[in-house]
Design a protein around this ligand. Sequence first.
Ligand code: HEC
Length: 173
Amino acid sequence: MKRSGLLLLLAFVMLAVQCSCRGKTSSAQTDPTITAYDVERDWTNPDRLIPLNFEQSQGKRVFYEKCVWCHAEATPAGPSNRSNVSPTPSLINDGSILNPLSDEFLRNIITLGGSAMGKSAMMPPWGRTLSQEEIRAVIAYTRAVAQPPYHPPARPASQYSVKQTSKEEGSTK
Ligand code: HEC
């Protein structure tokens, strides 16, 4: 009797250990935000999710197909190739490097490659592989994930802001 009780206890303990291990492996499964195209995890703050609009989500798809190997620390398939590439490509979310570059410059270097823009030929040209639409999308994605955040350059159109016109209207009427 005593012995079977001990065996039963042992069985329970083993079951409990197995359950806790299973719990661990299931939580270590791949991050679902990698495959979700309407959202990207902030690489600098894992608690923050960045919502993506349609164009930005298309850009995320392009990025993870073509660019992630060189412009990210890690890929969904494991470590990236970035540390082996010289000069080291910027992380695609590195606003300190990419925010000052205009959309036009980004479009040109992505379409024509690094060497056409006086930079390293390690940056391949994508003009024959990607459509103009896809290139616009990957730029939109780049802007959306930038840290520090990207602010488009101010345009003269800002004089039409609601605040100003309502004030002016009051004084001219
Ligand atoms: C084989 C590696 C590789 C791949 C793949 C790659 N790039 Fe690059 N990229 C580079 C390198 C290297 C540079 C830096 C060139 C320099 O500084 O001379 C660069 C530079 C850039 C720049 C200019 C800003 C900077 O970092 O200097 C942009 C923008 C860019 N890449 C976007 C992209 C996009 C978008 C894709 C995917 C469509 C892509 N790259 C794919 C290697 C790569």
